[in-house]
Design a protein around this ligand. Sequence first.
Ligand SMILES: [Zn+2]
Ligand SMILES: [Zn+2]
Length: 144
Amino acid sequence: MHNLLIEKVETLCKKRGIKLTNQRKTVLNIMLKANRAMSAYDLLDLLKVSEPQAKPPTIYRALEFLLEQGFIHKVESTNCYIICPHFHEPQHISILFICDNCHQIIEKHSENIESQLKLLATQSEFLIKHSVLEIHGICHSCQP
Ligand SMILES: [Zn+2]
Ligand SMILES: [Zn+2]
């Protein structure tokens, strides 16, 4: 699943005419392996294993690229990053269920919510660039 995803990302990059450098690929790999939301500093620590000279700007540049391409989402409320499993549809509205106990994040989509938001935006003559809905609570395995 892991390698398949990287392959898909590589194909998409080729199609878009952009370069997935080794460093960007390494960051993506770290996130895939961890399979959880990570802060830039968590990522930097793990990147340093293979690239000891890596500095905060290194990681922020890689994250910026991955965000721009829609491969990851930024979780503003926890200041973390997660892989987007639906990155081939870059225009989607992402609904994140964030567990306040174990910090697991589940990403969901909803055509209904999407069309409602688009309607509200149109009514307000607002142009949506990107949207992430962050919803906090307790996940299934953390519920008593
Ligand atoms: Zn997404
Ligand atoms: Zn939980």
